[in-house]
Design a protein around this ligand. Structure first.
Ligand SMILES: *[C@@H]1O[C@H](CO)[C@@H](O)[C@H](O)[C@H]1NC(C)=O
Ligand SMILES: *[C@@H]1O[C@H](CO)[C@@H](O)[C@H](O)[C@H]1NC(C)=O
Ligand SMILES: *[C@@H]1O[C@H](CO)[C@@H](O)[C@H](O)[C@H]1NC(C)=O
Ligand SMILES: *[C@@H]1O[C@H](CO)[C@@H](O)[C@H](O)[C@H]1NC(C)=O
Length: 482
């Protein structure tokens, strides 16, 4: 949505005004959504261990083109003994539309109209072309992530040429493309997708930290959440379902607000409105991480689009109650209802939440097991090494489809880690230094499992639907409670 809003036409000043309001609402939603999670953390100085890299070690007067590329380590074996986590299979799924045809430069360039930036890698060096202004620093942080990937696995990433869209919602709509060669969808990288789009899903910027919202790099935040989890045991947590955020954005959220307990009804949900100004004044004390993990159940609901908060919610060790999402990011498609989370019915949210909480409080072992499985999913399968490996394999498989040899297009500018650290100050600099890959990996990326057969995908999706359906039937009283 934000992508479209960024280019209001000058003449339409009223439209511009409304668009500006929408942008602000969008910004605040993500903000509110997230600040709840990080709250008290932001006061502390992020980088406990920045001593190993000091930005002063960089010669900031050097032009990127003068900095030598990291050299491939020939001692690293060519293949890893480790199989990648299951969710890596979606890489094949996302690239399937181009599997038969490959990707021509013409197809790629069609994405110019919607992409924010083009990223080119030639001989391990990275170049960018900017088409549109991007909200905050999403694009730069994504580039930062790819530069770190090049540091982690020097000499392994093939030459690349890709388009990236940095907005909230998927843009390449399936209905606009028929499948004939002439109307092949342009390959476009993006942070989220949905069933009706062809966007190729790539890890979002939040893994390297979101300085504008004080969300630390995932590696750091993940550890803090894990430490928080040991402080209050599941059984000692409040036996209710917790959510805090901006209830005014999106019908799902407005609807969720109605599930808050009143004198008449107790839906077992505890819904809190995030009041930005008040929270800010108090230094987000009332919305810190410890508070977030003091409830046995945590609700996840989408706002404008997917929310980067899903991983933080799952990591809490509480059973996640996920209101049927419309969007997915690169790992969420492999989450299974009643195994990693409890699915909440959109049409009957309040009843559905109430039953889930009552069930969990009756069968605490099972609810804890689901909470634990959800947490393990993100804490184990979503370590930074795997985020890099996912990016590596996606880019590697994508590069195999290119029918031309990528070259640096006219106007593209080279960029490098040193330049991205030198060009910022304060929080941004700290996040970058902290999320910098310190040395190359001494092992290769995990082994990517072969492609899903289309039948496997439908079996998987059917299994997922069946699991959700079991909960729905149980809610209606048509099956046993366990
Ligand atoms: C870096 O060097 C290249 C090649 O010498 C030159 O084209 C480019 O303008 C320089 N960039 C900056 C930012 O000085
Ligand atoms: C939900 O109820 C609690 C307790 O009464 C209250 O503090 C909170 O503000 C309510 N939330 C909303 C969104 O109205
Ligand atoms: C939970 O246990 C109570 C008391 O035994 C029972 O009345 C209720 O139906 C149970 N609810 C669920 C959802 O299991
Ligand atoms: C889903 O449920 C249907 C009907 O119960 C069953 O026939 C089918 O085998 C199930 N599919 C999977 C993948 O579990």
């Amino acid at each position: 949505m934000i992508a479209r809003l960024q280019q209001p036409r000058r003449a339409q000043s009223t439209a511009v005004f409304f668009l500006a309001i929408l942008i602000i609402i969008g910004l605040i939603t993500q903000w509110l959504d997230i600040s709840i999670i990080t709250g008290s953390l932001q006061k502390k100085f992020l980088v406990q261990d920045s001593s190993s890299i000091n930005s002063e070690e960089f010669d900031c007067s050097l032009n990127c083109s003068k900095i030598p590329s990291p050299v491939k380590n020939d001692n690293v074996e060519s293949s890893s003994g480790m199989v990648c986590p299951d969710y890596f299979k979606w890489i094949h799924e996302d690239l399937r539309p181009w599997k038969e045809t490959g990707i021509s430069i013409k197809m790629l360039e069609e994405a110019k109209n919607v992409a924010h930036i083009r990223i080119i890698v030639v001989n391990g060096r990275l170049y960018t072309l900017r088409y549109k202004k991007v909200f905050q620093t999403r694009d730069i942080v994504t580039i930062w992530g790819i530069l770190q990937l090049l540091r982690l696995y020097p000499g392994r990433l093939p030459d690349l040429d890709l388009m990236l869209e940095c907005g909230d919602r998927p843009v390449i709509k399936k209905r606009d493309y028929g499948g004939r060669e002439a109307s092949m969808p342009p390959p476009l990288f993006h942070y989220s997708g949905d069933e009706s789009s062809y966007d190729i899903v790539f890890p979002d910027w939040s893994f390297w930290g979101w300085p504008e919202l004080n969300i630390k790099p995932w590696e750091v935040l993940k550890q803090e959440i894990q430490r928080g989890n040991t402080r209050i045991k599941w059984k000692d947590r409040e036996p209710y379902a917790y959510w805090k955020g901006n209830t005014r954005v999106g019908s799902e959220r407005r609807d969720l607000a109605k599930c808050n307990a009143t004198d008449q009804d107790d839906w077992k949900a505890r819904i809190f409105e995030m009041r930005w100004n008040e929270e800010k004044k108090q230094g987000f004390k009332s919305s810190d991480m410890a508070n977030q993990c003091t409830y046995r159940y945590k609700i996840y609901v989408e706002g404008v689009s997917w929310s980067v908060s899903q991983k933080y919610i799952l990591a809490c060790d509480s059973m996640a109650l996920i209101i049927k999402p419309h969007f997915y990011d690169f790992f969420t498609r492999s989450l299974l209802p009643s195994i990693h989370y409890w699915p909440i019915n959109t049409n009957n949210k309040c009843e559905s939440i109430k039953l889930a909480v009552e069930w969990g409080n009756n069968y605490t072992d099972k609810a804890q097991e689901i909470g634990r499985a959800g947490s393990n999913f993100v804490l184990e399968n979503l370590v930074m090494d795997y985020v890099y490996d996912y990016s590596f394999h996606l880019l590697n498989e994508y590069a195999k489809l290119l029918k031309y040899k990528p070259t640096v297009p006219e106007g593209a500018v080279e960029t490098c880690s040193e330049a991205l650290v030198c060009s910022v100050r304060g929080q941004k600099k700290r996040y970058r230094i902290h999320s910098m890959v310190k040395s190359m990996s001494d092992s290769p990326p995990c082994n990517l499992l072969p492609s899903f057969e289309p039948e496997d995908v439908s079996v998987f999706l059917e299994r997922k639907a069946n699991l959700t359906n079991q909960v729905v039937l149980w809610e209606r009283g048509e099956t046993d409670s366990n």
